[in-house]
Design a protein around this ligand. Structure first.
Ligand code: AR6
Length: 166
């Protein structure tokens, strides 16, 4: 059984095999967690991202972590929240699913996810957390991942994950 836990703080500091970036479809950087990851990884990360030629919403692509403690960064593009009637929930689930597929392909045993789409993209936090946890529980088997950290940047997110993870 894989371990699913909530942790607080900055995802760029974590010593895990892979961290997930909540990117945009250009993969060329931005604000929020994306900006923090690019700053901490160094300019080599942007060079690597340029070679990926973007990423569709709900998909994910891998780069090395460069100067990060994490070996890999899985860049995924969450949906912009538009009221919930435009497939946002399924697209968000797809982000988590695709990152677990990349984890399997790259032999990743520990992975840390930020709360994808819940910042600049405006996805309601509790709905997003339920989807994150349910998708990971449903899809983790057979990937080889042993530990999943849900990184909570702020007390409200932490409260939500603690309540849902029990
Ligand atoms: N460590 C962990 N979580 C963080 C960090 C950090 N250092 N910084 C912010 N968060 P957001 P989105 C949390 O806005 O909503 C970018 O410009 C934050 O509190 O980073 O998917 C991209 O380029 C929130 O809970 O991502 C896209 O254009 C969560 O990370 C757009 O933002 C996600 O917030 C993507 O928006």
């Amino acid at each position: 059984m894989a371990e699913l836990i909530a942790v607080s703080g900055d995802i760029t500091k974590l010593h895990v095999d892979a961290i997930v970036n909540a990117a945009n479809s250009s993969l060329l950087g931005g604000g929020g967690v994306d900006g923090a990851i690019h700053r901490a990884a160094g300019p080599e990360l942007l060079d690597a991202c340029r070679k990926l030629h973007g990423c569709a919403t709900g998909d994910a692509k891998a780069t090395p972590g460069f100067r990060l403690p994490a070996r890999w960064v899985f860049h995924t593009v969450g949906p912009v929240w538009n009221g919930g009637g435009q497939g946002e929930e399924e697209k968000l689930a797809s982000c988590y699913r695709r990152c677990l597929e990349l984890a399997r392909e790259h032999g990743v045993r520990s992975i840390a996810f930020p709360a994808i789409s819940t910042g600049i993209y405006g996805f309601p936090s509790e709905r997003a957390a339920k989807i994150a946890i349910q998708t990971v529980r449903d899809d983790i088997e057979g990937t080889g991942v042993e530990r999943v950290e849900f990184v909570c940047f702020g007390e409200e997110t932490r409260r939500i994950y603690d309540a849902l993870l029990g």
